[in-house]
Design a protein around this ligand. Sequence first.
Ligand code: PSV
Ligand code: MN
Ligand code: MN
Length: 424
Amino acid sequence: MKLEQHQITSHNERLFSRHQQQLAYVTTEIQNSALILQKLTDFQIGIPSWALGTGGTRFGRFSLGGEPGNIEEKLEDIGLLHQLNASSAAVSLHIPWDSTSNVPAIKAIASQYGLNFDAMNSNTFQDQPDQPQSYKFGSLQHVDKAVRQQAIAHNIEVIRQGVELGSKALTIWLADGSCFPGQLNFRKAFQNTLESLQEIYAALPADWKVFVEYKAFEPNFYSTTVGDWGQSLLYANKLGPKAFTLVDLGHHLPNANIEQIVSLLLMEGKLGGFHFNDSKYGDDDLTAGCMKPYQLFLIFNELVEGMDQRGMNHTKDLAWMIDASHNVKDPLEDLLQSVEAIMIAYAQALSVDRAALVQAQAENDVVRCQEILQHAFRTDVRPLVAEARLRAGAALSPLTLYRESQVRKELIRNRGNKTIATGL
Ligand code: PSV
Ligand code: MN
Ligand code: MN
């Protein structure tokens, strides 16, 4: 399903005069609004192929209907998102959940919707029906070399598929770890994982990157072998210049200062990518910005400052991605909300009076520092985000248009009521 251009145009016409009033106000409030608009227009974020259906929990799953059953339909859904917000131009695939057996067809659909292929994700946390070795006790860390070899070969195969599609990165998230004290020799597990990663690294094409994603807990509940940013950074440093740390916002212990982690990883040139989501408790994978919007803003504040310091391109030099799961919401609506929240936080961070902050920090004027940040956070930048969409030919209010066009009803009509999309 695709929206007609006239649907977007007439939606925008209806909202236009109100939008203009709001925009006029914010552009007088914010000095660098022209620059922010340019950065927002350039900004694109990857959508994970596993976030397009309702995920469920181990207590059950409630089908929404109209969910994509294959990669072609997933691309169609992301195409729709991109039509609505002009900011979702990439898909991140998960192998073997996504079958890439028909590369020319997949590439043709992607280009029809203006989509590229973001980082490829391997899966060595589940056993596949036809595989000889089991990942029950880990994959790249496993005590048995045959298991490690199988997991290495899988990652290399994922790179191969990614090369065909035009992707430029591999994300490795490992469930490896232990559930009970004594189960694992930590150093051996680390060494085995490092050696395995080295073999995968050696198979990376020259222009590829590998992202080592960390997570503190789950499915293992005593130790995780890539459990925090320190472990991930150790691997990334030992592997070489093509290896980077990937920060998933939901993968930290409670109250971790994620913005500080981001700042230091950037300083080291080892921040490679992001999985945006939000959480109240653990790896909840909720809509970005729904629980801790101030934290999201503070993270972007570090990103903007750190990237500018290093002369990095905000759009190209980091892999921006969403990693979410939906139990009660329509996934497409949720993803529209996430992208909006991320762009709001980005715009707010871009509006921080950086020279004033530097000066206040130098003078140890703590109150002024807080005032500067909170002024940016409390300024309503939503009209700027909407204007960037308007300029890119997308909808002033994507969620409103999604509902008005009855997209979900149409998807259910096309795909049926009892649908399952692969994913977490
Ligand atoms: C599991 O926690 C997880 O959500 C990781 O964040 C990965 O990025 C994702 O699954 C896909 O493997
Ligand atoms: Mn993740
Ligand atoms: Mn996760």
